[in-house]
Design a protein around this ligand. Structure first.
Ligand code: ZN
Ligand code: ZN
Length: 199
């Protein structure tokens, strides 16, 4: 089999590519089903709720490496491979809701690309204008807050701004001109809202 593959490598690769292109939708659907089934099993193994605050909305829970750098692990491994790894070594992992995950990141100083002084000031001004608490659940822990685009275009919004400072300036101008495009949500409410907008 291996010899056959080596002799016909180009043709086999071409046929695989053609097969993938023709069945792309079905293949992604099957991959998604496998992913969701495995994620459900892993979540059950880990208790189906946040290890810190008991949040039980499973759709928003993160699988957190208790001792390691989950960010690097997610970059290195594909989602299915990582889930299989968690299943095999479940004692190394725990479930955290987005709020508790943000609190852990701040406590351990794991924030990627820390903001500049200017950005910190702009963000402070934005948070103040948006009420300094989560609009949905009144969470008042600053490290959990996210600026939410009311039409679910936050990612696009950030990508269109060349720098973080440009993004904050855009948000600030929008708030000051009463466009009513943004609100303040904690990470848990933000994730629930993001999933709702996807439906
Ligand atoms: Zn939690
Ligand atoms: Zn909230």
């Amino acid at each position: 089999m291996k010899d056959y593959y080596l002799q016909h490598q180009t043709r086999v690769k071409h046929l695989s590519k053609v097969y993938y292109e023709r069945n792309r939708t079905r293949i992604s659907q099957v991959r998604k089903e496998i992913y969701l089934k495995l994620r459900k099993e892993v979540l059950e193994m880990l208790g189906n709720k946040c290890a810190h605050c008991q949040e039980a909305e499973t759709s928003i829970l993160h699988i957190d490496h208790k001792y390691g750098d989950g960010y690097s692990e997610r970059r290195i491994f594909g989602s299915l491979f990582r889930l299989r790894k968690v299943k095999e070594q479940s004692s190394l992992y725990q479930l955290l809701c987005p709020n508790c995950n943000w609190k852990k990141r701040h406590a351990k100083n794991e924030i990627k690309n820390p903001p500049s002084k200017n950005c910190i000031q702009l963000r402070e001004e934005i948070l103040g204008l948006l009420g300094n608490h989560c609009e949905k659940c009144s969470n008042s822990q600053k490290e959990c807050w996210h600026i939410h685009h009311l039409e679910g275009r936050g990612t696009q919004d950030r990508k269109q701004s060349r720098t973080q400072e440009a993004y904050y300036l855009k948000v600030l101008t929008s708030i000051k001109t009463q466009e009513k495009k943004y609100s303040l949500l904690c990470a848990n409410c933000h994730e629930k809202e993001r999933l709702r907008l996807q439906c």
